[in-house]
Design a protein around this ligand. Structure first.
Ligand code: C5P
Length: 218
């Protein structure tokens, strides 16, 4: 599938930031699929839906309207929820939402429709394996748990938010485990994906590594 870049990896590996910058450089659309699972989770929290009620979660995923603008802002039924979808409460429940097969079916269909009519950089957990297995370029970005937690901690501090490194580490580890062990579309490395460990690389270095690979220089 030409003009499609698929990026997967665990939470906090820098996927979304890198996908956004890469899309800017290539003049492609960026689709952060994690934001879609987060938006469904936020809608469920707002409606006080029980996260064990799979039927209700699937109905909700079908009902709500998730939109993105060109700056990466996320809108839920017309309201800007870019900040709210990153809250600790959403972090706590998003893996439960994402484990529901019917929710995934609704969102994956939307993701595939977007890729069918756009040049796109899409990032998530199952993009290289399930959503766009025929993508022209496939990457798996990772970093050590300690480094991923540190990045999240520094991000929160920068926003003057309360942060506890050990708690962040535990929360990321819990989500990694849940996402990797779930029954439907678990986080795995596609056989033909290029793995990039970003533990010791800054963002410009990761981007240039990816661009080198895409241009065939590597
Ligand atoms: O990438 P981000 O951390 O925002 O993703 C939030 C959660 O959404 C992940 O922990 C995972 O449970 C789920 N997700 C998924 N499949 C995707 C993207 C995200 O299951 N393609």
């Amino acid at each position: 599938m030409k003009n499609v870049v698929a990026i997967d990896g665990p939470g906090g590996a820098g996927k979304s930031t890198i996908a956004r910058l890469l899309a800017e450089k290539l003049n492609y659309l960026h689709l952060d699929t994690g934001a879609m699972y987060r938006a469904v989770t936020l809608a469920a929290l707002n409606k006080e839906i029980d996260f064990d009620n799979k039927t209700k979660l699937v109905e909700l995923a079908k009902e709500i309207k998730i939109e993105f603008d060109l700056t990466g802002k996320v809108f839920l039924d017309g309201e800007d929820v870019s900040q709210e979808i990153r809250s600790e409460k959403v972090n706590e429940f998003v893996s439960k939402t994402a484990a529901v097969k019917g929710v995934r079916e609704v969102l994956v269909k939307k993701q595939q429709q977007i890729a069918a009519v756009n040049k796109v950089v899409m990032d998530g957990r199952d993009i290289t394996t399930v959503v766009l297995p025929d993508a022209e370029y496939k990457f798996f970005l990772t970093a050590s748990l300690t480094e991923r937690a540190k990045r999240r901690y520094e991000q929160l501090k920068k926003q003057n938010k309360e942060a506890n490194l050990d708690e962040i580490k535990a929360s990321i580890a819990r989500r990694d485990k849940f996402d990797s062990e779930r029954e439907h579309s678990p986080l795995t490395i596609a056989d033909d994906a290029v793995v990039i460990d970003t533990t010791k690389l800054d963002i410009p270095n990761v981007i240039s590594e990816i661009l080198k690979i895409m241009s065939g220089d590597k």
